[in-house]
Design a protein around this ligand. Structure first.
Ligand SMILES: Cc1cc2nc3c(=O)[nH]c(=O)nc-3n(C[C@H](O)[C@H](O)[C@H](O)COP(=O)(O)OP(=O)(O)OC[C@H]3O[C@@H](n4cnc5c(N)ncnc54)[C@H](O)[C@@H]3O)c2cc1C
Length: 435
């Protein structure tokens, strides 16, 4: 049983809700919790891949669509084909929004990483062209708008036996219950659905991200007081990355005359305490007193997905491929170190894959004509799990490579030999030793 061992509290929530609110039961093929890039991509791909059939898909999301979201803003140009595939007008919408200054283009990367010298890569040399520094609130809003007919504003509370999902409805203020054959956890790093079902989140080495968003007026003020010369325009559209003694820095120009400055380190590093306050974070006057801080380590879910075939009815040899399944997607399945800038594109691509697998699972392939060969539940689980394992292995190889090339901050003893005890913060040593 997939739900074997699920926490007792789930049932308690269910019983108390049941006594207070009348339950409205609606049935869906797929219920997706979370309408970030992963959840929206899954829903849109199901629609694209089953155009002639009507699969009942519901997305539940509790995001405040008007809240400003600064981080998670760098989208590589290689996302273009996936955006085009998910919705016929999605890419042209982003292109139009970018032309109107609502998103910024990213013209390349400049990094001082293994050495203090700046190394540049140019978007011009990328076959897909330039990537983006997104207005992340607008980006997520555009994806949600494309899914609006499937979207329900509310908060996931509990998943029960038979995939009944309890949701606190934002519009009606009551508890709604939906039943689904497939449940998709697209709730981001916390994987709230999968963890209630009993999947285990394997947290990798902890990282914290401290960040500030500066408006043009802050930057002008700083330039004024630092140089007493006339402020210059911020025209640098590159992503800038620089390794430091106990972590690394990330800078990007954002739309609407803003600039993101982010510092990544481990929670135990002494620099984490300093970075909490703006005065420590940077020697720059600002109206903000504290930097914002968020978890930024990587994590992997075990398992990524699961399927339970329905028991055969008495006298029948099988249940004809019926059953129920769940799958985690996006950060809920695999969350990356932000150094990779792979979070959004992976969420979009994995959602696109899961959506096409689920469409195939319910109806076989629509085109060409009709392929009666449907993918069974085990096939969905196997394919998505293999895809995520492939991504995980590539990501871990890449991460290990990039942290291993930084040795310029290694502490040395009097004989010039490396000695990790000589400095308080051993950020790079820890990152390299992490397997
Ligand atoms: C510091 C930092 C910097 C980053 N920078 C980048 C970057 O530059 N480029 C990049 O590509 N990626 C970056 N990322 C990662 C990127 O933001 C994520 O990979 C991406 O947002 C994952 O998308 P998702 O759809 O899986 O999850 P999310 O975007 O987290 O969406 C999850 C959705 O689920 C909803 N939800 C959660 N719980 C519930 C609930 N109980 N009920 C209903 N709805 C719920 C949330 O409201 C949200 O809408 C960064 C991450 C961090 C931490």
């Amino acid at each position: 049983m997939i739900l074997d061992g699920h926490p007792q509290s789930v049932n308690i929530v269910y019983q108390s809700i049941f006594t207070i609110f009348p339950l409205t039961m609606q049935h869906y093929h797929v219920v997706i919790i979370g309408a970030g890039p992963a959840g929206c991509a899954t829903a849109l791909a199901i629609v694209q891949m089953s155009v002639t059939k009507c699969l009942r898909v519901l997305i539940i999301d509790n995001a405040d669509g008007s809240a400003y979201k600064a981080i998670g803003e760098s989208l590589p140009a290689a996302a273009r084909p996936t955006l085009s595939m998910l919705h016929p007008t999605m890419l042209s919408q982003f292109t139009q929004d970018t032309a109107n200054g609502l998103h910024e283009m990213c013209t390349g990367n400049a990094s001082a990483w293994a050495s203090p010298d700046l190394h540049e890569t140019y978007a011009l040399l990328n076959p897909y062209g330039a990537g983006w520094h997104l207005d992340r609130t607008l980006f997520d809003g555009t994806l949600r708008k494309a899914c609006s007919s499937m979207l329900c504003k509310g908060k996931f509370i509990a998943a029960l036996i038979e995939w009944e999902v309890d949701v606190e409805s934002e519009e009606q203020g009551n508890i709604l219950t939906f039943r689904a054959q497939w449940l998709v956890d697209a709730t981001g790093r916390r994987a709230v659905v999968a963890s209630k079902i009993g999947a285990k989140m394997d947290k990798h080495l902890d990282l914290l991200s401290f960040y500030l968003v500066l408006h043009k007026s802050d930057i002008d003020h700083y330039q004024d007081s630092a140089t007493s010369s006339k402020p210059t325009e911020d025209t640098d559209s590159r992503t800038l990355i620089e390794s430091a003694l106990s972590g690394w820095w990330y800078l990007a120009r954002l739309p609407h005359d803003r600039r993101l400055i982010m510092y990544i380190t481990t929670p135990s590093d002494p620099s984490a305490r300093i970075a909490r306050k703006v005065t420590g974070f940077m020697d720059m006057p600002s109206t903000a007193k504290f930097t914002q801080c968020t978890a930024a380590g990587s994590s992997v879910l075990h398992p990524y997905a699961s399927w339970e075939p329905a028991p055969a009815a008495p006298g029948c040899s099988d249940a004809q491929g019926l059953g129920r399944g769940w799958c985690a997607i996006g950060d809920a399945a695999l969350a990356f170190d932000p150094l990779s800038s792979q979070g959004i594109i992976t969420a979009l691509k994995a959602g696109a894959l899961l959506g096409s697998l689920l469409a195939n699972h319910f109806y076989g392939r629509d085109n060409p004509p009709v392929n009666p060969q449907k993918l069974d539940g085990e096939g969905v689980v196997r394919t998505i799990s293999e895809a995520y394992e492939h991504v995980r292995i590539k990501y871990e190889e890449g991460r290990s490579y990039y942290y291993n090339v930084v040795s310029r901050f290694d502490p040395t003893d009097e004989r010039g030999e490396s000695d990790t005890k000589l400095r308080g913060g051993n950020f790079w040593v820890q990152q390299r030793e992490f397997k």
